[in-house]
Ligand binder design. Structure first.
Ligand SMILES: *Cc1c(COP(=O)(O)O)cnc(C)c1O
Ligand SMILES: [Zn+2]
Length: 428
């Protein structure tokens, strides 16, 4: 692969202004809108096809490099031994996460065909690794040495991990309520951590001011258009793992909206390049206590801020940072919206674990809670085929996992007492 990539330009989603796709690109110079990276799909189509990609030994998100906005020399194939000649090469293995046909879960939900895409199985245990790996490569291309972001937790821990592996310094702003497991990851990865006494909104604003002040590379996903390009690789994998035959629906949990917008972009890329012949409908799942985007869709109005009232910290976003792209994605896909209560999220955590051996954090299980509810209320038909994305691992937030699962039997080391306790529960 040469230095050229397939990016044609970056277009503002608000005013349509066209920008050159530089590595340190942020928002639209004219109106401040969020930019969208565009590709030359004809050239991608003439240079590659599904069979060529399927033959690759690279089992990571970089397997789809024709669809990614990185310089060719950033991404020599690491598997063929000629990779490590540049500093830009991604260091952690991000992506190519497991994809399961989940028949037992499907049966309990009342669906015929259900798949789980488990993105908790990433180096720092969430889908955010896809965006952070991209941020590190783009920061290298921009010649930066320090990267910063604000996050409810997972964007931060994934940035800290991916940046540590590539030798970058990081400044990370988290709201004080971020779960301890996520903050522990940050500290372990050597980040400079600022725990902000305020909401996510306050945290975001402080990080933006500091980034301006110190000139750090900005990994805030709604500002940096490349991060969505990393997130979209989850859709490439889903399509390939389905042998390029798409399901009817794909369910995603939604906070800022960058993930669902990335998921949609991925499918649209594949459709534009002729890799898949139909697009799935999106199921946008938010928490009942914080659902500004779903409310806007349901009411057919503009979005308005909401309180951040849910245990699912990763999607507790009252002022979404990427509303335009997310709302476009849901509407364009003819998508459906579902809001789930904390109880429904905790139940979905247990259900995923018990039927499938998949351990999700609350936001990671929210999509599955949404699928269950959508089938139960008849919003989607029982004979639909669905992919539910698990966006983060349950080990991130053990306190809420214990809340969902309850306590174990506590007994002295005495067989008699064990027998009593087991028969009291009707087990043996
Ligand atoms: C960030 C995140 C989401 C939502 O992504 P947005 O881009 O904020 O919409 C969902 N689940 C988990 C586990 C996350 O970390
Ligand atoms: Zn603009």
């Amino acid at each position: 692969m040469n230095d050229r990539n397939y990016v044609s330009n970056a277009v503002c989603v608000k005013c349509g202004a066209v920008h050159e796709a530089k590595p340190d690109l942020t928002t639209c110079e004219k109106c401040g809108g969020i930019l969208d990276i565009r590709y030359d799909y004809d050239r991608i189509r003439s240079d590659t096809d599904p069979a060529k990609i399927q033959a690759r030994s690279d089992r990571s998100m970089w397997r789809y490099r024709e669809f990614l906005p990185v310089r060719g020399d950033s991404l020599e194939d690491p598997a063929n031994g000629q990779g490590s000649k540049t500093a830009l090469l991604p260091k952690l293995r991000v992506g190519w996460s497991p994809f399961y046909r989940a028949d037992r879960l499907a049966r309990e939900i009342g669906l015929e065909t259900l798949y789980i895409k488990d993105d908790g199985i990433n180096p720092t245990a969430s889908l955010k690794d896809r965006a952070s790996a991209m941020a590190v490569v783009k920061a290298s291309e921009a010649g930066a040495t320090t990267i910063a972001c604000s996050s409810t937790g997972n964007a931060a821990s994934s940035l800290a991990g991916n940046a540590a592996a590539a030798g970058f310094e990081t400044y990370i702003f988290v709201p004080e309520r971020a779960p301890k497991g996520k903050v522990a990851q940050l500290m372990m990865f050597g980040a400079h951590v600022i725990s902000v006494q305020g909401t996510y909104e306050d945290t975001f604003r402080l990080s933006a001011e500091a980034i301006d002040q110190y000139g750090w590379y900005n990994r805030n996903a709604a500002i940096n258009p490349y991060l969505m390009e990393g997130k979209k690789t989850v859709s490439f994998e889903i399509a390939e793992q389905l042998n390029w035959k798409m399901t009817d629906y794909v369910a995603v949990s939604v906070g800022d909206g960058c993930t669902i917008a990335g998921v949609w972009k991925g499918f649209k890329d594949l459709f534009a390049a002729g890799f898949i012949d139909r697009l799935p409908r999106l199921i946008s799942v938010q928490a009942q206590g914080c659902c500004p985007l779903n409310r806007a869709i349901a009411e057919g109005t503009d979005w308005r801020p909401m309180e951040e009232n849910t245990i699912a910290d990763s999607i507790a976003v009252g002022v979404p940072r990427n509303p335009d792209k997310a709302l476009n994605a849901i509407r364009e896909s003819n998508g459906v919206v579902v809001n789930v209560s904390d109880e429904e999220i905790l139940a979905a955590m247990r259900l995923l674990g018990r039927t499938s051996g998949v351990f999700a954090e609350p936001a990671g299980a929210a999509a599955t809670a949404g699928v269950k509810k959508a089938v139960g209320t008849g919003l989607i038909p029982q004979d639909a085929s669905v992919v539910t994305i698990v966006t983060g691992s349950g080990l991130k937030d053990v306190a809420n996992a214990m809340k969902a699962a309850g306590d174990p039997l506590l007994l002295p080391p005495d067989l008699k007492r064990l027998e009593q306790a087991l028969s009291a529960q009707g087990l043996v």
